[in-house]
Design a protein around this ligand. Structure first.
Ligand code: DGL
Length: 265
């Protein structure tokens, strides 16, 4: 029997190097509750942030092709490292809309009173051309304290979000920013929103922490609408999580609300 699935009924595909993009999944699901979502966690290859641009592009292609095989109508690259290194390649080679995520330098630079902002991101993001271009554009006359989050993604991937080791690491990464009197901290990696409660215990109260999750969800909605791809029917959407790593970390981060399956991809 042939079952016709309209384009609007198809799923949005979301991928990340691992479990971090679940922070973006949550924003999208909250804003677009009628949409079916398929999430791919490429945890077997995490972290992407220490890999070469070529490797990040190769892994992003692999994830994209699987989501296309799964008949997704749009793909959210829920990873700053993959966006800043690979999204232009993906957009040039595949004919479906892509939404990416980049560190929110612009709002931080525009709103900073102290004219000093911090950015915590992976090596891959901080060294990318796209990141440099955005930073140069918006941070004239602003002191930008960049910090590579070495080791953070690995600890979160291993379920060690609440470990003393992670808190010690964060304290050491925040100290130069505190010394530079930042009033905005930009989280430039989708794993990092899970650090916010810990960061709040380390940073002075006047520091505002920002990430791009809600902006990505809003952009997803705008692009779906523009391409007439939005699912307006409230017909219980399907939520699927696939990981090539351990399933329990995603289960924990998503409060065991959704099925998480192992898939070797
Ligand atoms: N969540 C990815 C990001 O937003 C983590 C990168 C990594 O795997 O190193 O950059």
């Amino acid at each position: 029997m042939f079952i016709f699935v309209s384009m609007q009924n198809r799923s949005i595909g979301i991928f990340d190097s691992g479990v971090g993009g679940t922070s973006i999944f949550k924003e999208i699901h909250q804003l677009l509750p009628n949409e079916s979502l398929i999430y791919l966690a490429d945890s077997a290859n995490a972290p992407y942030g220490t890999k070469s641009k070529e490797d990040i592009i190769r892994l992003s292609i692999k994830n994209t092709e699987l989501l296309i095989k799964m008949k997704c109508k749009l793909i959210v690259v829920a990873c700053n490292t993959a966006t800043t290194n690979a999204i232009s390649h993906l957009r040039a080679h595949y004919h479906l809309p892509f939404i990416g995520i980049e560190p929110a330098i612009k709002p931080a630079a525009l709103q900073s009173q102290s004219k000093s902002i911090g950015i915590l991101a992976t090596k891959g993001t901080l060294s990318s051309e796209l990141f440099h271009a955005t930073t140069n554009l918006y941070s004239q006359n602003i002191n930008v304290v960049e910090q590579t989050g070495t080791g953070i993604v690995e600890l979160i991937e291993n379920g060690a979000l609440h470990s003393p080791e992670l808190k010690t690491l964060l304290k050491s990464y925040m100290q130069p920013m505190i010394d530079a009197q930042i009033d905005y901290l930009v989280l430039g990696c989708t794993h990092y929103p899970y650090l916010i409660p810990i960061l709040k215990t380390i940073l002075p109260e006047n520091v505002t922490i920002i990430d791009s999750g809600l902006a990505v969800a809003k952009q997803t909605e705008a692009v779906l609408t523009m391409h007439n791809l939005k699912n307006n029917a409230s017909n219980s959407p399907e939520i699927l999580f696939y990981t090539n790593g351990k399933t329990d970390v995603i289960t924990q981060l998503t409060e065991a609300k959704y099925p998480v399956k192992f898939l070797d991809f």
